[in-house]
Design a protein around this ligand. Structure first.
Ligand code: SAH
Length: 218
C-alpha cells in the first residue's frame, strides 16, 4: 500500500461503521455493501484527508471537484444494479472511486472526465488497485462514447440542467440512466428507464452535485 496510515483509518471497524450507516440509510443490496466494505476509499483522496475517508461525506479531490458522499455512491449504484447491467458508462470520473465501485460489479465500465488532472489521477488510482475492466477517456461527457454504445446503464456524477439527448440515445433498450438533474436552485436524482423509444422517469431524492460543464480542461 502506498500510504502508511494509522491502523484506525483503515481498520475494518472504521469501514464497518460506514457500511452500517449506509444500511441505516436504506442501502440494502448486499453486492453494493460488500464492494464498498472492501474497496479502500482512502486511496482516492489526498493524504491529508485520508483520516476522513470513511466518513459519510463528500471530500475535495482538487480542481474544485469532490468525491461523492458514500451514501450517494451506494444509492446510485444500487439503482443502476437493479437491471443487472453488463456494460456501463459513467460521466464524471473524478478521482475514480465510483468507477472502481462499478468495475467491481459489472463486466465493463467506460468513464469520461473533462478535467485532465483528474483523468490522470483516476488512472493512477485504478492502476494501483489493479482494476483492469474500466476504460477512461478525457472528453466531454455530453457527447457520450458512441463507439461503445449502447450501454446497459449510464451514470452521471455531475448535474446537467436537462438530461442530454445524446446520452439517452446511447442507452440500451431496458437500460437505466441515473443522474442528478437541475441547477443551483435544486437538483433531483432521476432514474430513467428505456422501453423502446419510451423513457420512464422516476424521481428518487433531492441531491447536490457539481454542475456538468461542456468542453474539456487541460
Ligand atoms: N465520481 C466522481 C465524482 C467527481 S465530481 C468521484 O467519485 O470522484 C464530478 C466530476 O464530473 C468532476 O470531476 C467534473 O470535472 C466532471 N464533469 C463535469 N462535467 C463533465 C462533462 N461534461 N464530461 C465529463 N466529466 C464532467
Amino acid at each position: 500500500m502506498k500510504r502508511h496510515l494509522g491502523i484506525g483509518m483503515t481498520s475494518s471497524r472504521t469501514r464497518e461503521r460506514l457500511i452500517k450507516r449506509l444500511q441505516e440509510n436504506g442501502i440494502s443490496d448486499p453486492r453494493v455493501l460488500d464492494v464498498m466494505r472492501n474497496l479502500p476509499r482512502h486511496i482516492f483522496v489526498d493524504e491529508a484527508l485520508a483520516s476522513r475517508a470513511y466518513e459519510d461525506t463528500a471530500l475535495p479531490i482538487g480542481s474544485g471537484q469532490t468525491i461523492s458522499q458514500p451514501y450517494i455512491v451506494a444509492r446510485m449504484t444500487e439503482v443502476l444494479m437493479a437491471n443487472q447491467p453488463d456494460k456501463v458508462l459513467e460521466v464524471g470520473t473524478g478521482c475514480g472511486y465510483q468507477t472502481a465501485v462499478l468495475a467491481s460489479l459489472v463486466n465493463k465500465v467506460y468513464s469520461i472526465e473533462r478535467i485532465s488532472a483528474l483523468h490522470s489521477k483516476a488512472r493512477k488510482n485504478l492502476n494501483e488497485l489493479r482494476i483492469g475492466n474500466a476504460q477512461l477517456k478525457l472528453g466531454d461527457g455530453y457527447q457520450g462514447w458512441p463507439v461503445h454504445a449502447p450501454f446497459d446503464g449510464i451514470l452521471l456524477t455531475a448535474a446537467p440542467v436537462e438530461v442530454p439527448q445524446a446520452l439517452l440515445a446511447q442507452l440500451a433498450d431496458g437500460g437505466c440512466l441515473v443522474a442528478p438533474v437541475g441547477d443551483a436552485g435544486g437538483q433531483s436524482l432521476l432514474a430513467i428507464t428505456r422501453n423502446g423509444e419510451h423513457f420512464e422517469q422516476q424521481e428518487l431524492e433531492l441531491v447536490s452535485f457539481v454542475p456538468m460543464l461542456t468542453g474539456t480542461k487541460t
